[in-house]
Design a protein around this ligand. Structure first.
Ligand code: TMP
Length: 210
């Protein structure tokens, strides 16, 4: 069965903070609906009652915790999101788009070296019952430009600074091939419309719609 015919589809989008994922998520949703798909979007961490509470703890609190503790809490949030929302939706034939997924966990929590990326892949797949996206879109741009776009108070990750975020960017590019069998790197350092055009072209190619 081609990707075009397969109704249930799991797509994740990711990238460093400030790359403009939210706008592109909205446009991707509208595009997929326009080609006849029922679409559900989720946000990792979040998208469940447990996930919402963990998101607050992980991003809005100034609690000090070991990188491994942090990694496990992100995984617990994702486990709940997968079992409560994503898997049931995929079983109903829905196309699910997740704003971040396990790739972000591996990348953000392995930079700094306390935890190895390969251990995070292994534990993460265990935590989400081996669910992998069919397609991953990575929005890429230099951390200096991305961080200038962030408005409002910095969350726990953003407050780690531009050097950390540039290391996260490089780790995204390195780890992306492990996220899913098919993936695309989209240049996010251009106008929002140009980013959308590039993203939709890559998604359409994946779905055999070109
Ligand atoms: P965002 O979803 O609003 O972009 O913010 C989520 C933040 O959490 C972002 O800085 C990336 C970070 N994060 C992790 O550190 N580990 C994870 O597993 C996930 C999903 C996100």
């Amino acid at each position: 069965m081609s990707h075009q015919q397969k109704q249930s589809m799991f797509i994740s989008i990711d990238g460093i903070d400030g790359v403009g994922k939210s706008t592109q998520l909205q446009r991707l949703t509208e595009y997929l609906q326009s080609v006849g798909r029922e679409v559900m979007t989720v946000r990792d961490p979040g998208s469940s009652e447990v996930g919402g509470k963990l998101r607050e703890l992980l991003l809005e609190s100034d609690l000090v915790m070991h990188r491994r503790t942090e990694a496990m809490l992100f995984m617990a949030s994702r486990c709940e999101m997968v079992e409560a929302s994503i898997r049931p939706a995929l079983e109903r034939g829905v196309t699910v788009i997740s704003d971040r997924f396990l790739l972000a966990n591996v990348v953000y929590q392995s930079v700094g070296g306390e935890v190895a990326a390969q251990d995070l892949w292994r534990l993460g797949l265990l935590a989400n019952g081996n669910l992998r996206p069919d397609f991953t879109v990575l929005f890429d741009m230099p951390a200096t430009s991305a961080m200038q776009r962030i408005k409002g108070p910095a969350d726990r990750m953003e407050s780690r600074g531009v050097e950390y975020m540039e290391a996260v960017r490089q780790q995204f590019l390195e780890q992306l091939p492990h996220s899913s069998d098919s993936f695309a790197v989209v240049n996010a350092d251009q106008s929002p419309d140009a980013v959308t055009d590039e993203m939709l072209l890559r998604v359409a190619e994946f779905l055999d719609l070109t």
